[in-house]
Write a protein that binds this ligand. Structure first.
Ligand code: SP5
Ligand code: ZN
Length: 369
C-alpha cells in the first residue's frame, strides 16, 4: 500500500487549546504524525511518498473563498491588531441571532470558528494546505488505478465545514478528496483518465457505478464538517459512526434524524453509539454502515480514519482494543471499492501507530486476494 506524507505538518504546532474550560496543551500535536510515520515505516507497509502540489481549485470546490482568505492571512492580521502571538483563538463567537460578518482581525476568528480547539499559528495554513495535497495525491493515485492509498494527513479535517474551523480541523481533507474524485469521474472524457485496471475486483467496482462517492467516517467524533458540506447532495453518501452527540462533542450535530435534505435526503447516515462500546458491538454497527454503502454502489470510498475509538484514548469513551482495527479494515476492504484512507483523530500516543498499522493491514490483506 502506498502512503503519502508531508513533513510540513510540523509547521502547525499551537501551544494550547481551551478544552472544556481548561487551557491545556493541544492533544492534536506534531508528535502524532511522527509516531504514525515511524510505525508505517517499521511495518514495511509499502512506499511512503511526498505529496504532489495542487492549486487551490479543488479546495475552492468545497470551502468558501472568504474563509480561505481568512485562514491564509489571519495570523499576521491578528498579531498586528494586538491579538496574542501564541495563537489565534476567538474571544467572541458569532452565533444564531448575532452572526454578522465582521472583518476586524480580533473579531473574525469568532465568525470562522465554532469551538476553542482550533488555534491558528503562523504555520497553520501551510500545514493545512500540505495535508490537502497529501489527500489529493492519494485521490489522484486512485484515479490512476491504485486500489488503496493511505493519506497521512495532519492537521485532520472532518470537523471543518465550508466556512468554519473547529475540533483541530481547518481544511476538510476527506471532503476535498471526495469532491475531487467525483469531479474527475463526471468530467472525464470517456475512457481517458484511468489506467487499465488489473485486479478483477477493481473492474467490478468501476463498472458498477462511477458517478458517486461514499465517505465512511469512523473517527470517534461525528464528522460534522463533512456532513455539512455534502448535506444536500445525492452523489455523495456520508456515513458516520461516532459517540452519541447527546453526551459527546460536537454535541450540536450527529443525530440519527439528520438524513440529508432536498435531493440529498437519504444520503446522510449517522450511527451514534453508547459509551463503553466493545469490539463486537462496534463491528455490528460497522456492518450496518457498510450495507448502506454497498446499496449506494459508489465508484470510490473515502475513509475518514480516526483512531480515537480506542479504549485508551484520552478524549474518548469507547472500549475498542488493538485487535479491533485489523477486523475493521478487513470488513471495509470486503466492499471491494478503490479506497482512500484519510487520517483524522486518535490521541493515545503509545498505541496510535500499532492501531493505524492494524487498520491498514486489514484493508490491504483483503484487497490483495
Ligand atoms: C479530529 C478530532 O478528533 N477532533 C476532536 C476534537 C475534540 N475536541 C473537544 C473534545 C471535548 C471533549 N471532552 C472530553 C471529556 C473527557 N473525557
Ligand atoms: Zn475525533
Amino acid at each position: 500500500m502506498i502512503s503519502i506524507f508531508s513533513p510540513d505538518h510540523a509547521l502547525h504546532d499551537p501551544p494550547h487549546e481551551l478544552l472544556d474550560g481548561a487551557l491545556i496543551p493541544v492533544y492534536e500535536s506534531p508528535r502524532r504524525a511522527t509516531l504514525i510515520h515511524a510505525a508505517i515505516r517499521r511495518a514495511a507497509l509499502g512506499p511512503i511518498l511526498p505529496p504532489r502540489a495542487f492549486d487551490s481549485a479543488p479546495i475552492r470546490a468545497v470551502h468558501d473563498d472568504d474563509y480561505l482568505d481568512y485562514l491564509e492571512g489571519i495570523y499576521e492580521r491578528w498579531v498586528a491588531a494586538g491579538g496574542a502571538p501564541a495563537a489565534v483563538l476567538p474571544g467572541t463567537l458569532a452565533v444564531r441571532w448575532m452572526s454578522r460578518r465582521c472583518e476586524n482581525p480580533i473579531a473574525a476568528p469568532g465568525y470562522y470558528t465554532f469551538d476553542l480547539s482550533a488555534p491558528i499559528v503562523a504555520g497553520t495554513y501551510t500545514a493545512a494546505r500540505a495535508a490537502v495535497d497529501v489527500a489529493l495525491t492519494g485521490a489522484a493515485l486512485l484515479l490512476e488505478g491504485e486500489r488503496v492509498v493511505y493519506a497521512l494527513c495532519r492537521p485532520p479535517g472532518h470537523h471543518a465545514g465550508r466556512d468554519l474551523c473547529g475540533g483541530y480541523c481547518y481544511l476538510n481533507n476527506a471532503a476535498i478528496a471526495a469532491e475531487y474524485l467525483l469531479r474527475s469521474i463526471t468530467d472525464r472524457p470517456t475512457g481517458t483518465i484511468y489506467r487499465a485496471p488489473t485486479a478483477d475486483q477493481r473492474v467490478e467496482a468501476q463498472d458498477r457505478s462511477s458517478d458517486r462517492v461514499a465517505i465512511l467516517d469512523i473517527d470517534y467524533h461525528h464528522g460534522n464538517g463533512t456532513q455539512q458540506i455534502f448535506y444536500e447532495r445525492d452523489d455523495v453518501l456520508f456515513v458516520s459512526i461516532h459517540a452519541d452527540p447527546a453526551r459527546e462533542y460536537p454535541y450540536f450535530a450527529g443525530y440519527v434524524d439528520e438524513r440529508g435534505s432536498g435531493g440529498g435526503l437519504g444520503c446522510n447516515l449517522n450511527i451514534p453509539l453508547e459509551a463503553g462500546i466493545t469490539n463486537e458491538r462496534y463491528l455490528e454497527a460497522l456492518d450496518g454502515a457498510l450495507a448502506a454503502i454497498g446499496d449506494f454502489a459508489p465508484g470510490f470510498l473515502v475513509l475518514s480514519a480516526g483512531l480515537d475509538t480506542f479504549g485508551g484514548d484520552p478524549i474518548g469513551d469507547f472500549a475498542l482494543t488493538t485487535t479491533a482495527y485489523p477486523l475493521i479494515g478487513q470488513r471495509i476492504a470486503a466492499l471491494g471499492l478503490p479506497t482512500l484512507i484519510v487520517q483524522e483523530g486518535g490521541y493515545a500516543a503509545a498505541e496510535l501507530g500499532e492501531n493505524i498499522v492494524g487498520l491498514l493491514w486489514g484493508i490491504q490483506e483483503v484487497g490483495e486476494k
